[in-house]
Design a protein around this ligand. Structure first.
Ligand SMILES: N[C@@H](CCC(=O)N[C@@H](CS)C(=O)NCC(=O)O)C(=O)O
Length: 212
């Protein structure tokens, strides 16, 4: 398999983590977002919305990290499935997989823009925007914390894609020194400890800027 992406992209890291969890490998072909490589005609052939990641399995092409991690989980593997088989549990998994890009990613990406991208590309950090984004992140984390009060993982008793898709975004909060948002929420902090210490994430982090 071939994966077009980059190790500083949370969406790419989700896919790399799914590959590691399931014991699969893919050749990572770097797409440099800072150079605008995602907008070249060659990359638009791969991804019509000019984003990463894109997975190729032979002639089969797939974009959207949520779809890619499901595909990876469905490939033959000796590792346990990351998608619960029981209908309601699986639907709850889908719910949490959707919550992450819908409600958590936008304010986290705003923090990334304010703290890293603006200074790097000649702009300024606006502390009011950072604070506003932090409040939005906090409101999502409160919901997760309440959910995790009664179960160890978001979809129930087992680790699943519902948990996996949050790992890179949470790691970014630590990299951006916003970890108080995680560590001040008891159930969330315990869950983060459980999911971030899995060997597959440690393996994924090697060589990624997210580890710094
Ligand atoms: N919903 C898409 C989001 C893809 C996405 O926004 N990727 C980011 C990197 S994490 C990207 O390519 N950004 C480049 C740009 O917006 O120009 C997914 O989950 O794959």
């Amino acid at each position: 398999m071939k994966l077009y992406g980059n190790t500083y992209s949370t969406c790419t890291l989700k896919v790399l983590l799914a590959l590691a969890e399931k014991g699969h490998t893919a050749e990572l072909v770097l797409v440099d977002l800072a150079q605008g490589e995602q907008r070249t005609p060659q990359h638009r052939e791969r991804h019509p919305f000019a984003k990463i990641p894109v997975l190729f399995d032979g002639d089969f092409r797939l974009y959207e990290s949520g779809a890619i991690v499901r595909y990876i989980d469905s490939l033959p593997s000796s590792a346990p499935s990351l998608m619960p088989s029981e209908a309601k549990t699986r639907a709850v998994m889908d719910q949490w997989v959707s919550v992450e890009p819908s409600y958590l990613q936008p304010p986290v990406f705003e923090i990334r823009k304010q703290l890293f991208l603006n200074p790097r590309f000649g702009g300024k950090t606006d502390p009011a925007e950072v604070e506003r984004a932090r409040e939005l992140v906090a409101s999502v984390l409160d919901v997760l914390d309440r959910t995790l009060e009664s179960r160890p993982y978001l979809a129930g008793s087992e680790y699943s894609l519902a948990d996996l898709v949050y790992v890179p975004t949470f790691q970014f909060l630590f990299t951006a020194k916003q970890d108080d948002l995680v560590l001040t929420r008891r159930h969330l902090a315990a869950w983060w400890e459980r999911i971030s210490t899995r060997p597959a994430w440690k393996q994924t982090l090697v060589g990624s800027p997210a580890s710094r």
